[in-house]
Design a protein around this ligand. Sequence first.
Ligand SMILES: [Zn+2]
Length: 121
Amino acid sequence: MALTIMATCSECRTYFPLDVDFDMKEIVCPACGHAQTGFTEGDVETMQRVAASQRKSSIASLVAFGIGMVAFLAFAACSWSGEYDEDSLVSVGLPVLSVIAAIVALVFGYLGSAKRFICEF
Ligand SMILES: [Zn+2]
């Protein structure tokens, strides 16, 4: 699985995308040629594991957001059409479901973007 992180060269401050790979022997700055030893296998495994779990969290966040939007739009449609009844499951359940889905989407969205790897060499 390809993983790209942002890297900064300590010599010329060039900021560039770096493809992280297991067989990466050294990191080379594309602007000035400054080079340093590449990541260890453990580093690469850690970065790939975190990236995979963040990808899953991002997908879960999008799904929760979608469920919340559908629940909210269904509630709005029912209210608009005059079918609003304070005691019905639709009138109480759909807003509650949309709020819960929004909170779940926020939590997974945070988990999906909390950790970023930055490489300065
Ligand atoms: Zn450089």
